[in-house]
Ligand binder design. Sequence first.
Ligand code: NAP
Length: 336
Amino acid sequence: MNLFQIQGGFGIDHLKQTQRPTPSPGPGQVLVQVAAASLNYRDVMTVKGQYNPKQPLPLVPLSDGAGTVRAVGPGVTRVKEGDRVMSLFSQRWLSGEPSAEARSSTLGGPLDGMLSEWICLDQEGVVMTPSHLSDEEAATLPCAAVTAWNALIAKGHLKTGDTVLLEGTGGVSIFALQFAKLSGAKTIITSSSDEKLERARSLGADMTVNYKAEPDWSKRVKEMTGGEGADHIMEVGGAGTLAASLGCVALGGTISVIGVLSGTAAQVDIRSILMKGVRVQGIFVGPRDIFEAMNRAVTLHQLRPVVGRVFPFAEAPEALRYLESGAHFGKVVIRM
Ligand SMILES: NC(=O)c1ccc[n+]([C@@H]2O[C@H](COP(=O)([O-])OP(=O)(O)OC[C@H]3O[C@@H](n4cnc5c(N)ncnc54)[C@H](OP(=O)(O)O)[C@@H]3O)[C@@H](O)[C@H]2O)c1
């Protein structure tokens, strides 16, 4: 079988296509023929050695993929041959808060991931694909969508009528936009591109701000909300945006700390947290039961993920470079 692995050092130039024998499922395992995989910003960091510089190599990257079960090992009862499934980001995180085991069983580092034509996964580490989705659409769900659902719905307890602020138009933010709309929330989205903001409007974004043209976007968000601020903020920007988010969060609002797109070390005035009674919650993707709860909503509302661009398997390094450039809207997918 064909796969890509990071070998001989970190860097996108070290992502090489190679072959390994197709594995056979052991007890409790399923053999999945992967049809599509999707990229997360984490994958760029992993390939470049920024996510875990101590990650042993070679490593097959990517946590997210979808395909079909082609064989099952002894004792498998959860799925059967022919079932369409998606990978679970943390293979051994089925419910509850993140544990050490949840953190150490993530695909695409430390475990070999989905940038491979075939993979054997534990039967507990796959989730059934909603039947209305193509494999390319389903491949986008395991990390970005679950993170957005966990932040806004499972842990965020979003209510109809709340205002949600979304930063940028990448994978997590666009899923969060879709989930906020499902929930009857008002949405404000930022982007560096007016063209992307137009696309976000076509997905239902109520208000938009170009954060490049308006560096003081926090003030603009306050104005747009009549001085009240946003009830929920999906903080994907990280160090460079947290202070601005604290400036435009509503009294008693929630900031979901998710991303590190502009760095990890932020200096903030903690008075803006305590005086406003803000809840700052860290989000680490989510467990299987949250993934499955999200899928029920995705199915009920026939929600379709936004696939911005699809690359062929052989162009996986170009796909990573494309994601890194920030030119994309929504999700970037690799077709096997
Ligand atoms: N905690 C978790 O469990 C978890 C899960 C998934 C992702 N993440 C993290 O969340 C972040 C987003 O992930 P992703 O996969 O959605 O990334 P992505 O698809 O690569 O999104 C990148 C987009 O974010 C926007 N952006 C970049 N810098 C920004 C800034 N300083 N302020 C506002 N927007 C900015 C840009 O949008 P425009 O082009 O529209 O400007 C860019 O295209 C990453 O740091 C990732 O590691 C964390």
